[in-house]
Design a protein around this ligand. Structure first.
Ligand code: GLY
Length: 377
């Protein structure tokens, strides 16, 4: 297909007053990045921060896309993987940007998945007390979640995402074509975040995913575009209501209390990808909701059936290697950023598409749930 016949780009506006921006979702965006970014620039150069795997696949397309609008780029290529969201790589990135004399009027481009988006966004937030940045998310997870909404940061040796800032991007370019290059496992991990949106607030979207998920995963680009657009619209609505997570934004953490604990328990290694932990965590959250009599037994059964139909990890039995016991897992949950006054907070559900935040989970019920989940291993 030539670029002239590519389908229309979907624009999702994130309305946050003077921090408003647009998330553009569609095909061929990398190749026309110059035209997209040029209106933001005072001088025709950008700095790009990316990682090795993504650079090999997409940096030249971005370079050509920028060159078409007369924009030059200098790139910093970091190592891939969660370990990059760390103090040493943050220091390296910030010092590199300072050495490139990046000014407040310039644009820093984050080209990569969630790790790069979070790290580069944070570097942009603290460089000269804030420079503008553009997110070019290359994973499904980053397109539907982490590139939108301005959460930026790095991990502490003591826990995930514990150091960071809210810093909204000036533009997000979610190019659907780049999803073609994702390994199947990474795509499905990102799909865990897509399912999360249906589960937390839109039963009809979940139904749509039940009907279209397998074709979407098999490569249908129009379905991918529709899923990304819909998820981003949902996220934008929530972020517009609650930019700094004083209330509703916590709903986006459905599945994350369990998921983060499981990621910590597996050492943030490739034993469990973030989106896999989220999918398993969503199902545990529905199981917990059913145990507490908040939702019907059918709800978790339906979530499990969809994850199974998609070939996704869905239980603790799907995580290779040892896991801590239930008390160890509960201790890991206590590091969650949602903990208030030492009490764990969960996103639970009254039904598919109807979630809420609560601290009201008796430890005994949680312990029983985890005992049973661990028994299945
Ligand atoms: N990923 C959750 C949020 O952006 O609030």
């Amino acid at each position: 297909m030539t670029s002239a016949s590519l389908p229309a780009i979907d624009d999702v506006a994130v309305a946050l007053g003077d921090r408003s921006y647009v998330v553009r979702v569609g095909r061929g965006l990398l190749g026309r990045a110059g035209a997209e970014i040029a209106p933001l620039l005072r001088r025709k150069r950008v700095t790009v921060v990316t990682e090795e795997t993504v650079a090999a696949l997409h940096l030249e397309t971005l370079r050509a896309g920028l060159a078409a609008a007369g924009i030059t780029l200098e790139a910093l290529v970091l190592p891939p993987g969660e370990g990059t969201k760390s103090w040493p790589q943050l220091e390296r990135t910030v010092e590199w940007l300072i050495a490139r004399k990046v000014e407040r009027g310039d644009i820093v481009v984050a080209l990569g998945g969630g790790v790069i988006g979070d790290l580069v966004g944070f570097a942009a937030a603290i460089l000269r007390r804030g420079v503008r940045f553009v997110q070019v998310p290359t994973s499904l997870l980053a397109q539907v979640d982490s590139s939108v909404g301005g959460k930026t940061g790095i991990n502490s040796p003591q826990g995930k995402n514990l150091i960071g800032a809210f810093h909204q991007p000036s533009l997000v370019l979610a190019d659907i074509d780049v999803l073609d290059t994702l390994p199947g496992r990474d795509f499905l991990a990102g799909y865990g975040e897509v399912v999360k949106y249906g589960l937390l607030g839109d039963a009809r979207f979940f139904e749509w995913l039940e009907a279209n998920g397998p074709r979407l995963a098999a490569g249908d680009r129009s379905l991918r575009q529709e899923a990304v657009r819909h998820a981003v619209r949902m996220k934008a609505d929530i972020v517009e209501r609650d930019e700094t997570e004083q209330g509703d934004r916590a709903l986006l953490n459905l599945g994350h209390t369990f998921g983060h604990a499981l990621e910590a328990a597996t050492g943030y290694s490739d034993r469990l990808l973030h989106g896999e932990g989220v999918a398993i965590g969503c199902l545990l959250a529905f199981d917990l909701s059913a145990r507490l009599g908040l939702c019907s037994q059918e709800a978790p059964a339906r979530v499990a059936a969809h994850l199974q139909a998609m070939g996704m990890k869905r239980s603790l039995a799907d995580i290779p290697g040892d896991l801590p016991g239930r008390d160890g897992l509960i201790d890991l949950m206590a590091q969650d950023k949602k903990v208030r006054d030492g009490r764990l907070r969960f996103i639970l559900a009254r039904a598919i598409g109807d979630s809420f935040v609560t601290s009201d989970v008796p430890r005994a019920v949680l312990a029983d749930l985890l005992d049973e989940a661990l028994k299945g291993r």
